[in-house]
Ligand binder design. Structure first.
Ligand code: ZN
Length: 254
Protein backbone atom coordinates (compact mmCIF):
# COMPACT_ATOMS: atom_id res chain seq x y z
CA UNK A 1 0.00 0.00 0.00
CA UNK A 2 2.41 2.60 -1.20
CA UNK A 3 1.18 5.67 -2.99
CA UNK A 4 2.58 7.25 -6.06
CA UNK A 5 3.37 10.83 -5.27
CA UNK A 6 0.49 13.17 -5.99
CA UNK A 7 -2.23 10.53 -5.56
CA UNK A 8 -4.83 11.17 -2.89
CA UNK A 9 -4.53 8.56 -0.12
CA UNK A 10 -7.62 6.55 0.86
CA UNK A 11 -7.99 4.55 4.08
CA UNK A 12 -6.35 1.18 3.63
CA UNK A 13 -5.73 -1.83 5.85
CA UNK A 14 -3.99 -5.17 5.67
CA UNK A 15 -5.79 -8.29 6.86
CA UNK A 16 -4.29 -11.75 7.08
CA UNK A 17 -4.66 -14.23 4.22
CA UNK A 18 -6.69 -16.43 6.54
CA UNK A 19 -9.15 -13.63 7.33
CA UNK A 20 -9.32 -12.61 3.68
CA UNK A 21 -10.27 -16.17 2.75
CA UNK A 22 -12.95 -16.29 5.48
CA UNK A 23 -14.36 -12.97 4.27
CA UNK A 24 -14.38 -14.18 0.68
CA UNK A 25 -16.33 -17.30 1.70
CA UNK A 26 -19.03 -15.24 3.44
CA UNK A 27 -19.32 -12.94 0.46
CA UNK A 28 -19.65 -15.80 -1.99
CA UNK A 29 -22.40 -17.42 0.08
CA UNK A 30 -24.61 -14.34 -0.11
CA UNK A 31 -23.83 -13.50 -3.71
CA UNK A 32 -21.81 -10.56 -2.60
CA UNK A 33 -24.76 -9.07 -0.77
CA UNK A 34 -22.91 -8.51 2.47
CA UNK A 35 -22.44 -5.58 4.79
CA UNK A 36 -18.93 -5.57 6.09
CA UNK A 37 -18.11 -3.51 9.15
CA UNK A 38 -14.43 -2.98 9.79
CA UNK A 39 -13.04 -0.87 12.59
CA UNK A 40 -9.50 0.38 12.82
CA UNK A 41 -7.99 2.16 15.78
CA UNK A 42 -4.39 2.17 14.73
CA UNK A 43 -2.14 5.18 14.73
CA UNK A 44 1.51 5.89 14.22
CA UNK A 45 3.31 6.53 17.49
CA UNK A 46 6.59 8.38 17.85
CA UNK A 47 9.74 6.38 17.23
CA UNK A 48 11.55 4.68 20.11
CA UNK A 49 15.14 3.61 20.20
CA UNK A 50 15.62 -0.11 19.82
CA UNK A 51 18.47 -2.49 18.98
CA UNK A 52 19.64 -5.29 16.74
CA UNK A 53 21.25 -8.14 18.69
CA UNK A 54 24.52 -9.39 17.23
CA UNK A 55 26.85 -12.32 17.96
CA UNK A 56 29.73 -13.65 15.92
CA UNK A 57 32.44 -16.25 15.57
CA UNK A 58 35.53 -14.49 14.23
CA UNK A 59 37.09 -16.01 11.13
CA UNK A 60 40.51 -17.62 11.35
CA UNK A 61 41.68 -17.05 7.78
CA UNK A 62 39.50 -14.22 6.50
CA UNK A 63 38.35 -12.41 9.67
CA UNK A 64 37.45 -9.34 7.61
CA UNK A 65 35.13 -11.23 5.28
CA UNK A 66 31.71 -11.36 6.88
CA UNK A 67 28.84 -13.77 6.39
CA UNK A 68 25.66 -12.43 8.02
CA UNK A 69 23.08 -14.93 9.20
CA UNK A 70 19.86 -13.16 10.10
CA UNK A 71 16.24 -13.23 11.19
CA UNK A 72 14.00 -10.64 12.84
CA UNK A 73 13.18 -10.14 16.50
CA UNK A 74 9.95 -8.20 16.20
CA UNK A 75 6.57 -9.68 15.30
CA UNK A 76 3.12 -8.72 14.07
CA UNK A 77 0.71 -7.38 16.69
CA UNK A 78 -1.40 -10.55 16.96
CA UNK A 79 -0.15 -14.03 17.87
CA UNK A 80 3.32 -14.44 19.31
CA UNK A 81 5.36 -14.33 16.14
CA UNK A 82 6.43 -17.93 16.74
CA UNK A 83 6.86 -18.74 13.04
CA UNK A 84 7.36 -15.13 11.96
CA UNK A 85 10.03 -14.84 12.95
CA UNK A 86 10.75 -16.70 16.20
CA UNK A 87 11.60 -19.78 14.17
CA UNK A 88 14.13 -17.78 12.15
CA UNK A 89 15.73 -16.50 15.35
CA UNK A 90 16.11 -20.08 16.61
CA UNK A 91 17.43 -21.24 13.21
CA UNK A 92 20.14 -18.61 13.08
CA UNK A 93 21.09 -18.83 16.75
CA UNK A 94 21.29 -22.61 16.39
CA UNK A 95 23.48 -22.35 13.30
CA UNK A 96 26.16 -20.57 15.31
CA UNK A 97 25.63 -22.68 18.45
CA UNK A 98 25.94 -25.97 16.54
CA UNK A 99 29.18 -24.90 14.86
CA UNK A 100 30.56 -23.66 18.17
CA UNK A 101 29.56 -26.88 19.92
CA UNK A 102 31.43 -28.84 17.24
CA UNK A 103 34.43 -26.64 18.01
CA UNK A 104 34.42 -25.53 14.39
CA UNK A 105 36.89 -22.79 13.57
CA UNK A 106 35.38 -20.77 10.74
CA UNK A 107 37.51 -19.28 7.99
CA UNK A 108 35.26 -16.25 7.64
CA UNK A 109 33.57 -14.24 10.33
CA UNK A 110 30.14 -15.74 10.91
CA UNK A 111 27.82 -13.10 12.30
CA UNK A 112 24.32 -13.77 13.54
CA UNK A 113 22.09 -10.70 13.52
CA UNK A 114 18.67 -10.56 15.15
CA UNK A 115 17.20 -7.61 13.30
CA UNK A 116 14.80 -5.27 15.06
CA UNK A 117 11.71 -3.84 13.38
CA UNK A 118 11.33 -5.75 10.14
CA UNK A 119 7.55 -5.60 10.14
CA UNK A 120 7.20 -1.86 10.44
CA UNK A 121 9.74 -0.26 8.14
CA UNK A 122 12.76 -2.59 8.25
CA UNK A 123 14.76 -0.13 10.35
CA UNK A 124 17.02 -2.86 11.75
CA UNK A 125 17.98 -4.10 8.29
CA UNK A 126 18.44 -0.63 6.82
CA UNK A 127 20.49 0.61 9.77
CA UNK A 128 22.72 -2.47 9.80
CA UNK A 129 23.54 -2.19 6.09
CA UNK A 130 24.38 1.51 6.36
CA UNK A 131 26.45 1.06 9.51
CA UNK A 132 28.61 -1.81 8.26
CA UNK A 133 29.23 -0.02 4.98
CA UNK A 134 30.26 3.12 6.82
CA UNK A 135 32.67 1.06 8.90
CA UNK A 136 34.15 -0.31 5.69
CA UNK A 137 33.39 -3.93 6.49
CA UNK A 138 33.63 -6.49 3.72
CA UNK A 139 30.37 -8.40 3.31
CA UNK A 140 30.42 -11.40 1.00
CA UNK A 141 27.23 -13.30 1.83
CA UNK A 142 24.04 -12.96 3.88
CA UNK A 143 21.51 -15.63 4.76
CA UNK A 144 18.03 -15.04 6.15
CA UNK A 145 15.35 -17.24 7.65
CA UNK A 146 11.92 -15.58 7.64
CA UNK A 147 9.53 -18.06 6.05
CA UNK A 148 8.52 -20.10 9.08
CA UNK A 149 9.71 -23.08 11.08
CA UNK A 150 8.62 -25.79 8.68
CA UNK A 151 10.59 -28.68 7.17
CA UNK A 152 13.46 -27.36 5.07
CA UNK A 153 13.18 -27.58 1.28
CA UNK A 154 16.21 -25.57 0.22
CA UNK A 155 17.47 -22.07 -0.45
CA UNK A 156 16.76 -19.25 -2.87
CA UNK A 157 19.64 -17.16 -4.14
CA UNK A 158 19.67 -13.47 -5.00
CA UNK A 159 23.12 -12.73 -6.31
CA UNK A 160 25.50 -13.34 -9.15
CA UNK A 161 25.74 -16.49 -11.27
CA UNK A 162 28.75 -17.53 -9.17
CA UNK A 163 26.65 -17.55 -5.99
CA UNK A 164 23.94 -19.68 -7.53
CA UNK A 165 26.51 -22.05 -9.02
CA UNK A 166 28.27 -22.50 -5.68
CA UNK A 167 25.06 -23.19 -3.81
CA UNK A 168 23.77 -25.53 -6.48
CA UNK A 169 27.03 -27.46 -6.17
CA UNK A 170 25.91 -28.38 -2.62
CA UNK A 171 22.61 -29.79 -3.84
CA UNK A 172 23.73 -33.42 -3.88
CA UNK A 173 24.81 -33.20 -0.23
CA UNK A 174 21.34 -32.07 0.85
CA UNK A 175 19.30 -34.25 -1.51
CA UNK A 176 19.22 -37.38 0.73
CA UNK A 177 17.36 -35.26 3.31
CA UNK A 178 14.79 -34.09 0.74
CA UNK A 179 16.30 -30.63 0.80
CA UNK A 180 16.46 -30.11 -2.93
CA UNK A 181 15.33 -26.59 -3.84
CA UNK A 182 18.34 -24.51 -4.90
CA UNK A 183 17.06 -21.79 -7.21
CA UNK A 184 17.41 -18.15 -8.06
CA UNK A 185 15.03 -16.13 -5.91
CA UNK A 186 14.48 -13.77 -3.01
CA UNK A 187 16.93 -13.39 -0.13
CA UNK A 188 15.00 -11.65 2.63
CA UNK A 189 13.71 -8.29 3.85
CA UNK A 190 16.27 -7.76 6.63
CA UNK A 191 19.33 -8.58 4.53
CA UNK A 192 17.90 -6.84 1.45
CA UNK A 193 19.48 -3.41 2.14
CA UNK A 194 22.98 -4.99 2.10
CA UNK A 195 22.62 -5.38 -1.65
CA UNK A 196 22.41 -1.62 -2.07
CA UNK A 197 25.75 -1.19 -0.30
CA UNK A 198 27.56 -4.26 -1.64
CA UNK A 199 27.14 -4.88 -5.36
CA UNK A 200 28.93 -8.21 -5.24
CA UNK A 201 27.15 -9.74 -2.24
CA UNK A 202 25.12 -12.95 -2.47
CA UNK A 203 21.82 -13.01 -0.55
CA UNK A 204 20.35 -16.36 0.37
CA UNK A 205 16.84 -17.08 1.67
CA UNK A 206 16.02 -20.21 3.62
CA UNK A 207 13.07 -21.97 1.96
CA UNK A 208 10.99 -24.28 4.15
CA UNK A 209 7.80 -26.06 3.09
CA UNK A 210 5.30 -23.26 2.42
CA UNK A 211 2.02 -25.18 2.41
CA UNK A 212 0.83 -24.08 5.85
CA UNK A 213 2.65 -20.80 6.28
CA UNK A 214 -0.38 -18.62 5.70
CA UNK A 215 -2.37 -20.53 8.32
CA UNK A 216 -0.12 -18.74 10.79
CA UNK A 217 1.42 -15.69 9.14
CA UNK A 218 0.36 -12.40 10.76
CA UNK A 219 -2.60 -13.92 12.59
CA UNK A 220 -3.52 -15.12 16.07
CA UNK A 221 -2.47 -18.71 15.27
CA UNK A 222 1.20 -17.78 15.06
CA UNK A 223 1.92 -19.16 18.53
CA UNK A 224 4.62 -21.35 20.04
CA UNK A 225 2.58 -24.56 20.11
CA UNK A 226 2.10 -24.34 16.33
CA UNK A 227 5.81 -24.76 15.71
CA UNK A 228 6.83 -28.39 15.37
CA UNK A 229 10.02 -29.07 17.29
CA UNK A 230 11.38 -31.65 14.84
CA UNK A 231 10.73 -29.43 11.84
CA UNK A 232 12.42 -26.55 13.63
CA UNK A 233 15.46 -28.74 14.31
CA UNK A 234 15.63 -29.74 10.65
CA UNK A 235 15.59 -26.11 9.56
CA UNK A 236 18.40 -25.25 11.96
CA UNK A 237 20.42 -28.24 10.72
CA UNK A 238 19.92 -27.22 7.09
CA UNK A 239 21.07 -23.64 7.75
CA UNK A 240 24.06 -24.77 9.86
CA UNK A 241 25.08 -27.12 7.06
CA UNK A 242 24.82 -24.38 4.45
CA UNK A 243 26.81 -21.94 6.59
CA UNK A 244 29.50 -24.59 7.07
CA UNK A 245 29.72 -25.31 3.33
CA UNK A 246 29.77 -21.64 2.34
CA UNK A 247 32.46 -20.93 4.90
CA UNK A 248 34.52 -23.86 3.68
CA UNK A 249 34.28 -23.24 -0.06
CA UNK A 250 33.34 -19.62 -0.79
CA UNK A 251 36.81 -18.10 -0.73
CA UNK A 252 38.34 -21.06 -2.53
CA UNK A 253 36.36 -20.23 -5.63
CA UNK A 254 36.05 -16.46 -5.25
ZN1 ZN B 1 8.87 -12.05 9.15
Amino acid sequence: MNYQEGLKAIPAAAISTKDATALEEVMEKDNGNVNFHFEMDCKVLPEKKSHNVIAELTGNIYPNRIITIGAHLDSWDVGEGAHDDGAGIVHTMEALRILKELNYKPKHTLRVVFFMNEENGNMGGKTYAKKVKKENEEHILAIESDRGGFSPRGFSVDGKAKHLALIQSFEKIFAPYFVHYFEEGYGGVDIGPLKKEYKDIGLIGFVPDSQRYFDFHHNANDVFENVNKRELHLGAAAISSLVYLLDKYYSEVN
